[in-house]
Design a binder for this molecule. Structure first.
Ligand code: HEM
Length: 402
């Protein structure tokens, strides 16, 4: 029997999928000393941990609270969570999304593509994907468009903060400073919008009321801060990951070019194959028995989404990237439910899943139209990095035929 992988080792970071296979096969419910957490690696166990309310999100605090300046809806549960979620959810679906925010998405994709439309080469991460979801959020909130670059700087510092996992104090300090600057930027704007609400998401957050509850200034600043990481970094990495997967499978890229209706399937399969959030923590409120092992109340459970997605008990040939696979139904424009765990499941299911889908569909359509040729500039797919959040830092593409 092979030993369990060390999930904090460089070998694991280079290829987590081999380690996931060992965990699924030999150690499905495994206590990992370095992270002081129980690793769940099989699809059914991870899905259960997301669905069953006995698994709470209480232990998020150590990581998220400092940079976001307070608790966000991710850490809340029960009534408190339901009310806060109901306050923010309407903006991310249905008519709000279609009529108010689709034009914002389309305009921002086009503006960024204009920056490299004539180029022979471009970095799809640095020149597009790290900006696009951030710019969309800034515009949805009704903030000053001339501040896109400032938000990008804050975004980058927060991304580094989470990638760093507290190792380098300089990086941690820069992330905390970015969070603080963002809050200082927002507070006077919140005052203005409370006094004179406009037709934007920040005004909606300032005025919305559910069950007699309104969002406090701190609720709003920490939610906006959360949007940069939860809504920015995930979409950034999902988009570059999808292009990497498609360009690495030219026949599937050709199929998507020929039939744009396949974009949602490509997005879903890419989220399955290379989910940006590879692991998410939970904390059981009571002792829980899984696969014959008892996980004690109060311990930390690490749900390995990246492993669940390669579970042969759930997906045929799970290590094969196949946008036409029969065992995956993509998210539709109307219902967020999906046949994978990249958006989690249950009460904390990603509130931005439909927005993410809309962003990816629009951006992909525009990118494919603008660039009839796409190839890896270095001749091969660049490697993914990161263990918790995983994806590409750069995706240099050659955009001309010769
Ligand atoms: C929650 C993934 C895009 C906002 C989540 C969760 C996951 C996730 C896994 C659950 C966290 C947990 O249970 O602990 C993703 C992925 C995305 C994406 C893979 C892109 C492909 C977005 C976007 C937004 C967003 C575009 C909004 C701008 C949120 C929020 C939550 C959340 C606010 C917290 C929901 C709650 O706790 O009730 N996301 N997300 N996400 N996501 Fe996303």
């Amino acid at each position: 029997t092979p030993p369990p992988p060390d999930i904090l080792s460089p070998e694991f970071a280079a290829d987590p999928y081999a380690g996931y296979a060992v965990l699924r096969e030999h150690y499905p419910v495994h206590y990992n000393e370095p992270t002081k957490s129980w690793l769940l690696s099989r699809y059914d166990d991870v899905a259960r941990a997301f669905r069953d309310p006995v698994f709470t999100t209480d232990n998020y605090d150590w990581q998220l609270e400092p940079v976001h300046g307070g608790r966000t809806i991710v850490q809340m549960s029960g009534h408190e969570h339901a009310v806060r979620r109901a306050l923010v959810a309407p903006a991310f679906r249905g008519r709000e999304l279609r009529d108010r925010f689709m034009p914002v998405i389309e305009r921002n994709a086009a503006e960024l593509i204009d920056g490299f439309r004539e180029a022979d080469e471009a970095d799809l991460a640095g020149q597009f994907a790290t900006h696009f979801p951030v710019n969309v959020i800034v515009d949805m909130l009704g903030l000053d468009r001339s501040d896109h670059d400032r938000f990008h700087a804050w975004y980058s510092a927060v991304v580094e903060y989470f990638a760093n996992l507290g190792q380098d104090p300089a990086v941690a300090g820069a992330g905390l400073r970015a969070g603080r600057e963002l809050r200082e930027y927002l507070l006077p704007v919140i005052d203005e919008r409370r006094a004179a609400p406009g037709d934007d998401l920040l005004s909606s957050l300032c005025t919305a009321e559910v069950d007699g509850t309104r969002m406090t200034d701190q609720d709003i600043t920490s939610f906006v801060s959360l949007l940069l990481s939860a809504g920015g970094e995930t979409t950034d990495k999902a988009l570059t990951g999808m292009f990497r997967n498609l360009i690495g499978h030219p026949e599937q890229l050709a199929a998507v070019r020929a039939d744009r209706e396949l974009v949602p399937a490509a997005f879903a399969e890419s989220l399955r194959f290379t989910p940006p959030l590879q692991m998410i923590m939970r904390q059981p409120a009571e002792d829980v028995s899984l696969n014959g092992t008892t996980i004690p109340a109060g311990s930390t459970v690490t749900c390995l989404i990246g492993s669940a997605h390669r579970d042969p008990a759930r997906y045929d040939h799970p290590d094969r990237f196949d946008i036409l696979r029969h065992d995956l139904t993509p998210t539709t424009a109307f219902t967020a439910a999906a046949d994978h765990l990249a958006f989690a499941l249950g009460r904390h299911f990603c509130v931005g899943a439909l927005l993410a889908r809309a962003e990816v569909v629009v951006a992909t359509g525009q990118l494919l139209d603008a660039f009839p040729h796409m190839a890896f500039a270095d001749g091969a797919a660049p490697p993914e990095t990161g263990v918790f959040v995983r994806g590409l830092r750069r995706l240099r593409l050659r955009l001309t035929a010769h």
